[in-house]
Design a protein around this ligand. Structure first.
Ligand SMILES: [Fe+2]
Length: 116
Protein backbone atom coordinates (compact mmCIF):
# COMPACT_ATOMS: atom_id res chain seq x y z
CA UNK A 1 0.00 0.00 0.00
CA UNK A 2 2.81 2.37 0.90
CA UNK A 3 4.59 1.51 -2.34
CA UNK A 4 1.46 2.12 -4.43
CA UNK A 5 0.88 5.47 -2.75
CA UNK A 6 4.44 6.71 -3.15
CA UNK A 7 5.94 5.01 -6.22
CA UNK A 8 5.23 7.92 -8.58
CA UNK A 9 5.77 10.75 -6.09
CA UNK A 10 8.41 13.37 -6.74
CA UNK A 11 10.91 14.16 -4.00
CA UNK A 12 8.99 17.41 -3.40
CA UNK A 13 5.70 15.55 -2.94
CA UNK A 14 7.39 13.18 -0.49
CA UNK A 15 8.84 16.15 1.38
CA UNK A 16 5.43 17.86 1.52
CA UNK A 17 3.97 14.63 2.94
CA UNK A 18 6.58 14.58 5.72
CA UNK A 19 8.51 11.74 4.10
CA UNK A 20 11.75 13.59 3.36
CA UNK A 21 13.73 11.57 5.95
CA UNK A 22 12.44 8.35 4.39
CA UNK A 23 13.34 9.53 0.90
CA UNK A 24 16.84 10.55 1.96
CA UNK A 25 17.51 7.20 3.62
CA UNK A 26 15.59 4.82 1.33
CA UNK A 27 14.48 6.57 -1.88
CA UNK A 28 11.14 4.93 -2.81
CA UNK A 29 12.02 1.61 -1.19
CA UNK A 30 9.79 0.04 1.42
CA UNK A 31 11.47 0.15 4.81
CA UNK A 32 9.50 -1.17 7.77
CA UNK A 33 9.18 1.23 10.68
CA UNK A 34 6.58 2.14 13.24
CA UNK A 35 4.75 5.47 13.07
CA UNK A 36 7.63 7.12 14.94
CA UNK A 37 10.21 5.91 12.43
CA UNK A 38 11.69 3.15 14.59
CA UNK A 39 12.82 0.28 12.35
CA UNK A 40 11.11 -3.08 12.71
CA UNK A 41 13.17 -5.57 14.65
CA UNK A 42 12.66 -9.16 15.74
CA UNK A 43 12.40 -7.87 19.31
CA UNK A 44 8.78 -7.04 18.51
CA UNK A 45 8.08 -10.76 18.25
CA UNK A 46 7.31 -12.37 21.57
CA UNK A 47 7.34 -16.06 22.42
CA UNK A 48 7.01 -17.36 25.98
CA UNK A 49 6.79 -20.99 24.96
CA UNK A 50 3.45 -21.46 26.71
CA UNK A 51 0.78 -21.77 24.00
CA UNK A 52 -1.90 -19.93 25.98
CA UNK A 53 0.44 -17.08 26.92
CA UNK A 54 1.68 -16.85 23.34
CA UNK A 55 -1.86 -16.78 21.96
CA UNK A 56 -2.76 -13.92 24.29
CA UNK A 57 0.28 -12.07 22.94
CA UNK A 58 -0.99 -12.77 19.42
CA UNK A 59 -4.48 -11.54 20.34
CA UNK A 60 -2.98 -8.30 21.67
CA UNK A 61 -1.01 -7.85 18.44
CA UNK A 62 -4.14 -8.39 16.34
CA UNK A 63 -6.13 -5.90 18.40
CA UNK A 64 -3.33 -3.32 18.15
CA UNK A 65 -3.25 -3.84 14.38
CA UNK A 66 -7.04 -3.44 14.21
CA UNK A 67 -6.82 -0.15 16.12
CA UNK A 68 -3.96 1.07 13.91
CA UNK A 69 -5.97 0.35 10.76
CA UNK A 70 -8.90 2.28 12.21
CA UNK A 71 -6.68 5.27 12.95
CA UNK A 72 -5.23 5.10 9.42
CA UNK A 73 -8.80 5.08 8.05
CA UNK A 74 -9.49 8.17 10.14
CA UNK A 75 -6.48 9.93 8.59
CA UNK A 76 -7.45 9.59 4.92
CA UNK A 77 -10.31 10.74 2.74
CA UNK A 78 -9.19 8.46 -0.14
CA UNK A 79 -12.16 6.09 -0.52
CA UNK A 80 -10.14 3.37 -2.26
CA UNK A 81 -7.51 3.48 0.46
CA UNK A 82 -10.22 3.39 3.12
CA UNK A 83 -11.71 0.27 1.48
CA UNK A 84 -8.35 -1.51 1.54
CA UNK A 85 -7.76 -0.48 5.14
CA UNK A 86 -11.26 -1.60 6.16
CA UNK A 87 -10.56 -5.03 4.64
CA UNK A 88 -7.31 -5.26 6.59
CA UNK A 89 -9.04 -4.06 9.79
CA UNK A 90 -11.71 -6.75 9.46
CA UNK A 91 -9.04 -9.36 8.77
CA UNK A 92 -7.43 -8.52 12.11
CA UNK A 93 -10.79 -8.97 13.84
CA UNK A 94 -11.06 -12.47 12.33
CA UNK A 95 -7.48 -13.30 13.35
CA UNK A 96 -8.24 -12.19 16.90
CA UNK A 97 -11.40 -14.30 16.99
CA UNK A 98 -9.57 -17.41 15.73
CA UNK A 99 -6.81 -16.97 18.33
CA UNK A 100 -9.48 -16.55 21.06
CA UNK A 101 -11.09 -19.80 19.91
CA UNK A 102 -7.69 -21.51 20.08
CA UNK A 103 -7.24 -20.22 23.65
CA UNK A 104 -10.62 -21.65 24.60
CA UNK A 105 -9.67 -25.05 23.14
CA UNK A 106 -6.32 -25.10 24.94
CA UNK A 107 -7.88 -24.03 28.23
CA UNK A 108 -10.54 -26.72 27.89
CA UNK A 109 -7.87 -29.35 27.27
CA UNK A 110 -5.69 -28.06 30.10
CA UNK A 111 -8.59 -28.10 32.53
CA UNK A 112 -9.74 -31.53 31.37
CA UNK A 113 -6.26 -32.96 32.02
CA UNK A 114 -6.17 -31.42 35.49
CA UNK A 115 -9.43 -33.12 36.42
CA UNK A 116 -8.08 -36.62 35.78
FE1 LIG B 1 -3.53 -10.31 11.80
Amino acid sequence: MFYKLTKDCTPKQLEDAGLAPHYVAHDHAIFYTDASGNPFTATYIQAKGDPIADLYEDIAAEEKARATYQWLIDLTDDVDLQDSLKFLREREVIHSQRFREAVDILKFERDRKQVF
